[in-house]
Design a protein around this ligand. Structure first.
Ligand SMILES: Cc1cc2nc3c(=O)[nH]c(=O)nc-3n(C[C@H](O)[C@H](O)[C@H](O)COP(=O)(O)OP(=O)(O)OC[C@H]3O[C@@H](n4cnc5c(N)ncnc54)[C@H](O)[C@@H]3O)c2cc1C
Length: 477
């Protein structure tokens, strides 16, 4: 890897003669293979970890991972980070502490020059620029919330990053504080309405967590009438959770309905306006006034991929073969949510963590084979049958399938928690998560709204009294 550091000062003359070389000529001439991975999510981090294992003795290989955050986000724990059951920091794991020999670079990837085999990255906010050279490149940049389907989508909140979860929690607590003093009933109702657009797994799990969260918080707001609180889940398909069997989706519907959720299924939202969801003609009501509108209606590929001269699928994902290699650039690979990896029947695998984790194992083996064996290397195809799917519906309720068994209720919730706890990297994080869960069993959600700004932020009133002009000194505004 080369980093565009300022030119080093001229080195002083060596005080002693250089020690004799101990490496053999063949080793001296061997080129170091630089494997660069872009993206610190499930695909990227687990590719790096698998490569570390494979090359633990091979010093002729450099592994570098570049990502914009220096932590790995355990997305299934994002819901509980958003409700405060988990301390947000405990839903992530520091990437540097996960690696034993791979190098981590905290930067925003801006461009890839496939001819020069260089990645151009920038460390924000100081704009420090890097050029990172590679011999093998892995693209694992994930996706972003799809805001192209519904006009006005930029007015809705997304739920994809740790920042989204912290923001949503603060926002909901803030709305309850406002509703507590608001006298106008319509205004109060709007403050207390939460709409989720997109009733797939993420939307349903988020609704499960949010209903529990809000009901729990309301115990600290006795002035707010419970009947003014509204939860609405809107889904374009004719039922929620199209990823799961109908009977499991029906169970989830029942649990959420008992917690006060209204469902609008088979409904395509027409537009999102400021504080309002506009529904298509013929649907009653025509609009829903809501201060909290969250968009979970699907993902689209990372915008950086658009500019890359690689073949893309309709949804913008990079087209790769079964071994996760691109056809135009044999040293470029892609996996996870940003890649269209064909299964046995030629259909792309779904964008799920359980797939990205397993793709990473196969991809690391393929890269190792290429690094060791050159063009004749034997590489394998990714082939995986999902073992099941689980969804948490918030405190003590879950639903899903494990192998051929359908599970519901407490058992599903417990299996969901145990499975993802085991997947959480590092023992230290696992212990912190278990401690948070234990504390949450005995105490209710707290209503602390965290201040994310420093004291100079414009949202804060200056603590200093206005300055009195000093005689003879002209004040400049
Ligand atoms: C709330 C939520 C819950 C989920 N729950 C489950 C679940 O229970 N089970 C399941 O199987 N799947 C679940 N998923 C899906 C799962 O999280 C994804 O399939 C998985 O994260 C994909 O991994 P990835 O590495 O491809 O992408 P990501 O995990 O999204 O990682 C992409 C990485 O690239 C970084 N990045 C992006 N652009 C740049 C750039 N320009 N420069 C530098 N870095 C960049 C990002 O910061 C991120 O670290 C969930 C998703 C969400 C949003």
């Amino acid at each position: 890897m080369t980093i565009a550091d300022p030119a080093p000062p001229p080195s002083p003359p060596a005080p002693h003669p250089a020690p004799p070389e101990t490496t053999r000529p063949a080793e001296r001439n061997r080129k170091v293979q630089r494997i660069v991975i872009l993206g610190g999510g499930f695909g990227g981090v687990y590719t790096a970890l698998n490569l570390e294992k494979i090359f633990r003795r091979n010093e002729g290989v450099e592994i570098t991972l570049i990502s914009r955050d220096n932590y790995f986000l355990m997305t299934p724990f994002l819901f509980e980070a958003g409700s405060g059951v988990l301390e947000p920091r405990h839903a992530v794991s520091p990437i540097r502490m996960m690696f034993s020999r791979a190098r981590f670079v905290d930067a925003e990837v801006e461009r890839i020059d496939f001819n020069a085999r260089k990645v151009h990255a920038r460390h924000t906010p100081d704009n420090f620029e890097y050029d990172v050279e590679y011999d093998q490149l892995v693209i694992a940049l994930g996706g972003i919330t799809n805001r192209s389907l519904i006009p006005g989508s930029e007015k809705a909140f997304g739920f994809k990053t740790l920042g989204d979860a912290i923001f949503l929690r603060n926002k909901i607590i803030d709305l309850l504080e406002q509703a507590d003093v608001e006298e106008d009933v319509d205004r109060r109702r709007k403050l207390l309405t939460l709409v989720i657009i997109g009733g797939g797994l993420v939307g349903v799990e988020l609704m499960g967590e949010m209903t529990e969260f809000v009901h729990n918080l309301l115990r600290s707001y006795p002035r707010i009438p419970r009947e003014l609180v509204r939860f609405v889940l809107i889904e374009a398909h004719n039922r929620i959770m199209p990823e799961m069997e109908e009977s499991l989706a029906a169970y989830a519907t029942d649990v959420l309905w008992k917690r006060g959720v209204s469902f609008l299924t088979g409904v395509r939202v027409k537009a999102i306006e400021e504080g309002k969801v506009v529904l298509p003609e013929g649907v009653e009501p025509a609009t829903i006034d809501a201060e909290t509108i969250i968009l979970t209606a699907g993902l689209t590929a990372n915008p950086l991929l658009e500019k890359l001269p690689l073949e893309k699928a309709k949804n913008g994902r990079v087209v790769v073969d079964g071994s996760m290699r691109t056809s135009s650039h044999h040293e470029v690979w892609a996996l996870g949510d940003c890649a269209a990896i064909p299964d046995k029947n030629g259909n792309p695998y779904p964008p799920l963590a359980q797939h990205a984790l397993r793709e990473a194992r196969v991809l690391a083996r393929n890269i190792a084979a290429v690094v060791r064996g050159g063009r004749d290397a034997k590489i394998e195809k990714f082939d995986y049958e999902t073992m099941g799917m689980l969804a948490s519906l918030g405190r003590f309720r879950g639903v899903g399938r494990v192998g051929s068994f359908k599970i519901r209720g407490f058992l599903a919730w417990w299996v969901w928690r145990s499975y993802y706890l085991l997947q959480m990297p590092r023992w230290e994080r696992k212990i912190r998560v278990v401690l948070d869960w234990t504390i949450a069993l005995f105490f209710r959600n707290d209503v602390v709204k965290l201040d994310l700004f420093g004291e100079t932020h414009p949202t804060r009133k200056s603590p200093c009294p206005p300055q009195t002009p000093v005689a003879g000194v002209q004040q400049v505004d």
